[in-house]
Design a protein around this ligand. Structure first.
Ligand code: NAG
Ligand code: NAG
Ligand code: NAG
Ligand code: NAG
Ligand code: NAG
Length: 345
């Protein structure tokens, strides 16, 4: 169409020039000659372009040998991915399968520590709380976009392992858009083969103490004016553990119940996805749990390690200012077990 228009325009502009009698015929001949040449050149160009594009797509087909998902058990196939990142090439690991995962947790439940353990594995890339950035969880479209980028290995964080990553994921707190958008997220997990790792804390009283201490630290910053949620030395841990929160006993039981309900609800919402449920206390006391996790993620078994140091050690009674009130409030309730020692370090 464009050529026709161009030809027409040329012809008209030529014709509108006042023609001299003796050159008119010559001009017409030249014009017709030019038009024929133009059409010929165009057709040759198009022909070559056609051949070129055919060859080009042939070349792509040859280079991009499809990775065989059929090599895997039918039940595993939905969870096996061969991402083609835009930001780098997977090179020799292009056909190593990648599994998608999400750690679903609540604040101060040991998920930071758990994530450093996972990231000590050469083939695992867990990218932290990417949904702590509010715009990413604005609505389900931005959530999907963020997850697409992550699972295509294009989210570059300090945890990125690039070409030989065999499991990629994030840490997602229940209050970061997960519960509000649960239906669409479950759908996304299913259609993108995302496995869920639930990580909770059994002793919700300890968790509450950790939250209170952390929010105190956020304001007081006893470590030379910096706030640290997690520490790497026993010296720092001791300073942070010096602070003993006072627990509001009126709110204690309603608060514990609220967290318990949230956890139950999240398990209910996501129960139809492929998942594993872990408890912080169990991982501390039983390192076999880390074998379970690696099996769940289908990565080669390795020793996992973390440099993080636990802030609160020793009996709970020494960690709370008004322990006697707390003890009285929980005695004889469904939460009485939280008062007992649940693990020794
Ligand atoms: C989702 O949120 C983003 C960022 O806040 C916004 O630009 C976009 O219009 C929203 N989309 C819908 C469908 O609401
Ligand atoms: C794990 O990473 C190593 C080193 O990059 C690589 O050689 C190996 O193939 C990877 N394993 C898997 C299962 O992807
Ligand atoms: C604060 O800084 C001083 C001097 O740099 C150092 O000796 C001390 O250990 C630091 N304290 C903490 C809690 O990091
Ligand atoms: C505990 O919380 C309740 C409800 O917010 C409040 O009315 C009460 O003053 C608090 N008690 C203490 C000792 O802070
Ligand atoms: C440790 O964890 C493994 C794997 O989940 C489990 O089979 C075993 O019973 C646990 N051991 C103890 C002492 O709880």
């Amino acid at each position: 169409m464009a050529e026709d228009h161009l030809c027409f325009f040329t012809k008209e502009s030529l014709i509108t020039k006042p023609p001299k009698k003796n050159t008119l015929v010559l001009r017409m001949v030249v014009l017709i000659f030019v038009m024929i040449c133009g059409v010929y050149i165009c057709s040759v160009c198009l022909g070559q372009f056609g051949v070129w594009s055919a060859r080009h797509s042939l070349a792509i087909n040859v280079v991009e040998r499809p990775c065989e998902v059929t090599e895997f058990e039918p039940s595993e196939q939905p969870y096996v991915h061969f991402p083609k990142p835009k930001t780098f090439s997977r090179d020799e690991c292009a056909c190593n399968p990648v599994r998608n995962f999400a750690i679903l947790s609540t604040q101060r439940s040991g998920s930071g520590w758990f994530e450093t353990l996972l990231n000590s594995h050469i083939n695992i890339s867990s990218n932290g709380e990417i949904f702590s950035v509010k715009v990413r969880r604005s609505n389900i479209s931005t959530i999907r976009e963020t997850l697409d980028k992550l699972y295509n290995l294009d989210m570059l964080t300090s945890a990125s392992k690039n070409e030989c990553t065999a499991a990629v994921g994030l840490k997602w707190m229940l209050n970061q858009g997960l519960m509000q958008n649960h239906e669409q997220i479950v759908e996304y997990f299913k259609s993108n083969g995302v496995s869920a790792i639930f990580l909770f804390r059994r002793n919700l009283l300890r968790r509450m103490i950790s939250i209170l201490a952390n929010s105190y630290d956020q304001n007081a910053k006893p470590l030379n004016g910096t706030h640290k949620s997690h520490v790497h030395s026993t010296h720092e841990a001791k300073i942070l553990a010096k602070y003993k929160p006072t627990i509001n006993t009126t709110l204690l039981i309603p608060n514990l119940k609220q967290v318990e309900d949230l956890v139950t609800k999240s398990l209910q919402y996501f129960k139809s996805t492929r998942h594993i449920i872990l408890y912080y206390e169990d991982i501390i006391t039983n390192r076999t749990k880390l074998v379970d996790v690696q099996e769940f993620l289908k990565v080669p078994q390795r020793d996992l390690h973390s440099r993080q140091v636990k802030i609160h050690k020793g009996p709970l009674s020494s960690q709370v200012e008004n322990w006697e009130d707390v003890r009285k409030t929980l005695k004889g309730t469904q939460y009485k077990s939280f008062l007992e020692e649940d693990y020794k370090l």
